[in-house]
Design a protein around this ligand. Sequence first.
Ligand SMILES: [Ca+2]
Ligand SMILES: [Ca+2]
Length: 125
Amino acid sequence: MPRSKCDVMSKEPSTNLESAMQMLIKTFHKYSGKEGDKYTLNRGELRELLTEELGNYLGNAQDKDAVERVMNDLDGNNDGEVDFTEFIILMGALTVACNDFFLDSPAPKKPESKGDAATTEEKKE
Ligand SMILES: [Ca+2]
Ligand SMILES: [Ca+2]
């Protein structure tokens, strides 16, 4: 897979979303660089990241089994380490879960839309 050149880290972020991307990258490397491979999280590093950075969302990260489960879920290529791609999948899944929660919260009253736009799939053959 060719990597598109992205120099986001060399520029000052100018938007919240760009800042968020930088934070994700910096946070990952803050923990991945502690032991062993600089670019991947081993179990210890993963546990530290989960407890330090996601304590509110993953309250049970102290629990060894929970870390083990997260590790097993994330480690798509089964090398016993979580690389950035695997990490970003966790962040994506957590963000989706938070968004679902946000959508479910009753605060803003909206008229119920009955007919969701049917998924139109047009494929050219
Ligand atoms: Ca490491
Ligand atoms: Ca892996």
